[in-house]
Design a binder for this molecule. Structure first.
Ligand code: ADP
Ligand code: MG
Length: 570
C-alpha cells in the first residue's frame, strides 16, 4: 500500500483509543473535568456497565455558551496555554483530548450553565459531530451524558468484560476520586442502585469508612498530616489483604499507578507481612509541580518523579514510622498480659500481632534493680539476662516472665537485615575495597541477572566489572559482609535475582541474602560479650521477634508453663 495520511475520522478513533480504554475511562475523564471545574458535588450514574449510559453531573463553574462547541475539538483546553504551563500543571486535565475522544466513540450530550447565563446550553454530538444545540433550564454546572459507548468501534466492544466487571471498574474509580477529594460530595448510581455516597465533609477517615467499611477503616493508621509530603492512611499489618488492589496512590491528588510508590510502601511492611499478603494504603503525595511530570501517558495515570530515590526513602520511612507507632497504640497496650510467645514457634500469622504486643509491653515493664544479676537494658524487648549458650546455637536467657531461647543465627540475621536496609535507604552503604579483586564466573542466567540488576547490586555496595567471557571482577563489597565466602554470596544473590518477582521482592532478597551470609552460624561458639552485644543489637531492631524470612528469632517458656511442667501448679 502506498503511504498516505489517514482520514481525520480514523485519526480521531486511534487517538480516542489511547484515552478511552473502557467505560471507567469515560467516568475518569468526566469526573476529572468536574473536579477541575471546582465542583463540590459530583453525581455519577452508569447503566449496563457504562456501555448503555454514563452521566456525570457537577455543580462546577460550567462552560461558557460560546465555548461549548470548542470543548469538543481536539487539543482545545482552558487549562494551559503555553509551553511553560506544561511544567507546572495543577489541574487534572490539560491535554484537551477527553471530550473529543469520548465523542468519537459514543453519542454525547452536554448541558452546561455558568453563573453568567440564565439558562443552560445543550449540545448533542454523534460520531464526534455536533448535530443539535439549544437552550434548556438547568442549575449552574455541567452534565455530560454518554450513550452507546463503543457502538462504532466493534473491536473495543468485543474486548470489554461483563457489565458487572465494567461496573466494578467504575465503582473503583469513583472510590479513588472520593478518597482523593474528601471535601467533594460524590455519589455513584449503578443500574439505579446507590453504590457510593460520600458526605464531602473533608474527612478522609469518613470516606475510608464509606469505601472500605467501618471495621477496616477504624484500624487504619494515620500517616503524616494534611499538607505534609506523605499523607493518608495505611492498614496495620494484621489486616493484610491477598491482593495489591488496595494500594491507592495520589500525587497532588491525581490518582496514579506507581510501582515506585507501591514498592516504597510494601518496603515499609517488610518482615511484618507474610509473603503474598499486601497492605491497604491510601496515600497522597504532595510535591512541587516542577518536581513531577504528568505528561507521560494520554490517560494521565502515570507520573515521573524528578527525585525517585528521595521519594522512595521518604514514603518508606514515613509509613514505617506509622506502623511502628501504631504498634504501641493504646488499644493494644491495654492487654499487656498477652505477651506470650509460647512454647511452640510463632506461627507466621501471629507475627505482626506478637510484634505489636511486644512493643506494647515496653510501656508496662517493671524494672528490677537487683545488683547481682546483669540485665541488658532494653528499649524494645523484655529485659533479658543472658544465662549462656546452648549447643553453640541458641542463647539461653531469663526474661521477666520465663525462659527464652534465642536462635543466634536468626537473631543476627534480623539485626544485619535491618542495618543493611537502613544503610540502603539512607544511601549510606559502607563498602570495603578488596586488596585483590575477586574473580566471579557466572552462569548465563546469573549473567542476565547481573546485567539487569547490576545497578541495584551497586547500590548495596558491590562494584562488579566485566572481565572476560562471563567472568567478572569484584572490587568492593558491603562492609557488613565479613563472614563466609564472598564469591558464593554474590552468586547466591544473582541466583535469587534471576527468580520471578518484582523489584521489592528482589531488594528484600538481596538484603536477606546478605544478612544470611554475614550472620553468625549455628555451631559458632560466642564469647559472653559477643552474646550481650547480639542481644543489645536485637533490642534495637524494629521487629526483633522474627528473622527476615519470617521465622521466629526466639521462643519462650513462660513461668507458668514451667510450673505446670514441674507439677508445681496447684
Ligand atoms: P482538558 O480537561 O484536558 O482541558 P477536555 O476535553 O476534558 O480537556 O475538556 C475540554 C475543556 O472543556 C476543558 O478545558 C474545560 O474548559 C471544559 N470542560 C469540560 N468539562 C467541563 C466541566 N464539567 N465543567 C466546566 N468545564 C468543562
Ligand atoms: Mg479533561
Amino acid at each position: 500500500m502506498p503511504i498516505k495520511v489517514l482520514l481525520p475520522e480514523v485519526i480521531s478513533k486511534i487517538a480516542a483509543g489511547e484515552v478511552i480504554e473502557r467505560p471507567a475511562s469515560v467516568v475518569k475523564e468526566l469526573v476529572e473535568n468536574s473536579l477541575d471545574a471546582g465542583a463540590t458535588q459530583v453525581s455519577i450514574e452508569a447503566r449496563g456497565g457504562g456501555v448503555r449510559l454514563i452521566r456525570v453531573v457537577d455543580n462546577g463553574v460550567g462552560i461558557p455558551v460560546d465555548e461549548i462547541g470548542l470543548a469538543f475539538q481536539r487539543y482545545a483546553t482552558s487549562k494551559i496555554s503555553n509551553l511553560e504551563d506544561l511544567d507546572s500543571i495543577s489541574s487534572l486535565g490539560f491535554r484537551g483530548e477527553a471530550l473529543p475522544s469520548i465523542a468519537a466513540v459514543a453519542q454525547v450530550e452536554v448541558l452546561s450553565r455558568t453563573s453568567e447565563s440564565i439558562a443552560g446550553t445543550f449540545l448533542r454530538l454523534k460520531n464526534g459531530v455536533a448535530f443539535e444545540t439549544g437552550k434548556r433550564a438547568c442549575l449552574q454546572g455541567t452534565s455530560v451524558t454518554v450513550q452507546h459507548l463503543f457502538q462504532n468501534v466493534p473491536a473495543r466492544l468485543k474486548f470489554l468484560k461483563s457489565p458487572h466487571t465494567e461496573s466494578s471498574h467504575i465503582s473503583n474509580l469513583v472510590s479513588q476520586y472520593s478518597l482523593a477529594f474528601p471535601e467533594v460530595r460524590f455519589s455513584l448510581m449503578l443500574d439505579g442502585r446507590m453504590a457510593i455516597q460520600t458526605s464531602g465533609n473533608g474527612e478522609l477517615l469518613d470516606v475510608l469508612v464509606e469505601v472500605f467499611g467501618a471495621k477496616l477503616a477504624e484500624s487504619m493508621l494515620r500517616v503524616g498530616e494534611g499538607g505534609s509530603t506523605v499523607y493518608g492512611f495505611v492498614s496495620s499489618p494484621s489486616l493484610a489483604r491477598t491482593s495489591r488492589n488496595y494500594l491507592s496512590f495520589f500525587v497532588n491528588r491525581r490518582w496514579v499507578k506507581s510501582r515506585l510508590l507501591s514498592r516504597a510502601t510494601m518496603d515499609a511492611y517488610h518482615g511484618l507481612l507474610m509473603s503474598g499478603k499486601y497492605p491497604v494504603a491510601v496515600l497522597d503525595i504532595s510535591l512541587p509541580q516542577q518536581d513531577i511530570d504528568v505528561n507521560v501517558h494520554p490517560a494521565k495515570t502515570e507520573v515521573r518523579f524528578r527525585d525517585e530515590q528521595t521519594l522512595f526513602a521518604t514514603v518508606q520511612r514515613v509509613v514505617r514510622a506509622a506502623l511502628v507507632e501504631g504498634a504501641t497504640a493504646p488499644q493494644v497496650a491495654r492487654r499487656p498480659g498477652a505477651i506470650g510467645v509460647g512454647v511452640s514457634p510463632l506461627t507466621r500469622k501471629s507475627e505482626a500481632r506478637q510484634e505489636a504486643l511486644f512493643a506494647a509491653s515496653r510501656t508496662n515493664r517493671q524494672f528490677s534493680d537487683s545488683a547481682a544479676v546483669k540485665y541488658v537494658s532494653s528499649p524494645s524487648l523484655p529485659i533479658l539476662r543472658v544465662l549462656g549458650q546452648l549447643a553453640a546455637t541458641y542463647i539461653i536467657a531469663e526474661g521477666p516472665d520465663g525462659l527464652y531461647l534465642i536462635d543466634q543465627h536468626a537473631a543476627h540475621e534480623r539485626i544485619l537485615f535491618e542495618r543493611i536496609r537502613e544503610q540502603r535507604s539512607s544511601m549510606t552503604v559502607e563498602t570495603q575495597g578488596m586488596l585483590e579483586p575477586l574473580a566471579i564466573e557466572a552462569t548465563p542466567r546469573q549473567e542476565e541477572a547481573l546485567k539487569a540488576q547490576g545497578d541495584v547490586l551497586e547500590s548495596y555496595g558491590f562494584s562488579i566489572e566485566p572481565f572476560g567471557t562471563r567472568t567478572y571482577l569484584l572490587r568492593t563489597v558491603p562492609s557488613l559482609l565479613q563472614n563466609g565466602n564472598i564469591v558464593q554470596t554474590v552468586l547466591d544473590i544473582l541466583d535469587s535475582l534471576g527468580e520471578e518477582g518484582d523489584a521489592l521482592e528482589r531488594e528484600g532478597k538481596i538484603a536477606s541474602s546478605l544478612a544470611c551470609h554475614s550472620a553468625v552460624r549455628a555451631g559458632q561458639v560466642l564469647k559472653p560479650d559477643e552474646i550481650s552485644q547480639l542481644i543489645q543489637d536485637l533490642e534495637r531492631t524494629q521487629s526483633p521477634l522474627t528473622c527476615p524470612h519470617g521465622r521466629p528469632t526466639m521462643i519462650r517458656f513462660s513461668a507458668s508453663q514451667l510450673e505446670r511442667e514441674f507439677g508445681r501448679e496447684l
